[in-house]
Design a protein around this ligand. Structure first.
Ligand SMILES: *Cc1c(COP(=O)(O)O)cnc(C)c1O
Length: 388
């Protein structure tokens, strides 16, 4: 029997035509498709600026730099995320620390954040940046985190890699109501794809200019930003140490075409989630909680095993699913338990909710083209494994 992945892109005939059109045009990169894609995402989110990047990791790096993160500063994020949410702080020479998760949402706990901020203030080492991660596509409690940012004076970058197409309190994720910047990923497993790709959304004009400059070597062609008059029509100046973190026109054309279906993608994910909710309701597992404050983009559908009732180990259940051709996944190994982070001094037991969650979580197949028959196979296989 064929195997069922946990995630997969959906590429339409229109998507393919959009990329072919670019291949036959004058510009494979630095052409008109990039700005067009940026405008589509920016308008969709209701933000002021969208600046595309080679991937979300590059976008997070540049967002941190542009918000002034340097050696001697601290960045806090969730331990229940992909390593990129934390690595961006280390790239800037800053110290990284974590805030434990809420056991219901699996997002950063606001109570734990507030507690940690109080301690940090007393010790005079408040974070410069906090990166809440919208785990599985469901927004963090941004109103409360935004209020803490005002009180304690830190900047916010939302890692919305899972959440493009979602909303929170009536605004699309990416509208930047409570954040200095919001970062999306367009990796093929995410909601829409450009192959590799990412974007920084912001409502701050100066920040938008800075991140756009850092994306392309720190170079400007704008006479107003140069230190002296232009030498001639060929002239540009490097005014900062930037990178080549650009998205290509091929990728941007794919992204623009994918944006046509974004609401359809999210609606379908909700249909799939409703079917899982029903089919799995009687199993000894915790189903994902859905926050009435927003609409999750439902990147992931994560279950938690009630291991005492199941009388199998987490690993046994995972391996039995794999053996049945259900290629599940586990999001995430707590970042502080990675050997690289243990080398920085982190230890087991520091973020117990994230660690406990890691011992029980499994991400089930969830993607636009998942068929009802395949989904039924996932549900019945899980039923057979959990209730032999
Ligand atoms: C996928 C992902 C990233 C990194 O995205 P890339 O586009 O692959 O660089 C960062 N954070 C989270 C939470 C992710 O899921």
């Amino acid at each position: 029997m064929h195997s069922i992945p946990y995630a997969r892109q959906s590429i339409s005939a229109e998507d393919i035509r959009a990329v072919l059109d670019v291949l036959q045009s004058d510009f494979l990169t630095q052409g008109p498709a990039v700005e067009r894609f940026e405008k589509i995402v920016t308008d969709y989110c209701g933000a002021k600026h969208g600046i595309s990047f080679a991937n979300a990791t590059a976008a997070l790096h540049v967002a941190c730099l542009a918000l002034g993160l340097r050696e001697g500063d601290e960045l806090w994020t969730s331990p229940n995320s992909f390593v990129a949410s934390a690595n961006c702080g280390l790239y800037c020479g800053a110290k990284v620390d974590f805030v434990d998760i809420d056991p219901r949402t699996y997002n950063m706990s606001v109570a734990a954040l507030e507690e940690k901020l109080k301690h940090a203030k007393a010790q005079g080492r408040l974070p410069k940046i906090v990166i809440p991660v919208h785990f599985s596509g469901q927004s963090c409690e941004m109103a409360a985190i935004g209020a803490l940012a005002k009180k304690y004076g830190f900047k916010i970058i939302e890692d919305a890699s899972h959440a493009v197409g979602g909303s929170y309190q009536g605004a699309k994720v990416g509208a930047c109501r409570h954040a200095d910047a919001v970062v999306f990923s367009f990796h093929p497993v995410k909601i829409i794809t450009t192959g590799e790709g990412g974007m920084i959304m912001t409502n701050n004009d100066a920040l938008a200019t800075t991140v756009a400059t850092l994306r392309s070597h720190g170079i400007t062609r704008d006479p107003a930003r140069m230190t002296h008059a232009s030498d001639g029509p060929w002239y540009y100046q490097q005014i900062a140490l930037g990178f080549n973190y650009r998205l290509t026109d091929l990728q941007a054309a794919l992204g623009a075409s994918q944006m046509v279906r974004i609401d359809q993608f999210v609606r379908k994910r909700h249909e799939i989630a409703r079917r899982y909710d029903e089919a799995l309701a009687d199993l000894p597992i915790t189903l994902p909680w859905r926050d009435p404050e927003g609409v999750s983009a439902l990147h992931l559908y994560v279950i938690r095993l009630h291991l005492r009732q199941i009388q199998k180990t987490h690993r046994q259940v995972y391996e039995e699913l794999l053996a049945a051709g259900i290629r599940v996944n586990l999001h995430y190994i707590p970042i502080h338990r990675q050997p690289y982070y243990e080398g920085l001094g982190f230890r087991a037991g520091q973020f117990p909710e994230a660690e406990h969650y890691y011992g029980e979580a499994i991400s089930l197949p969830m993607y636009f083209e998942l068929t009802e028959a395949d989904q039924q196979r996932v549900s019945s296989t899980l039923g057979r494994i959990l209730r032999p």
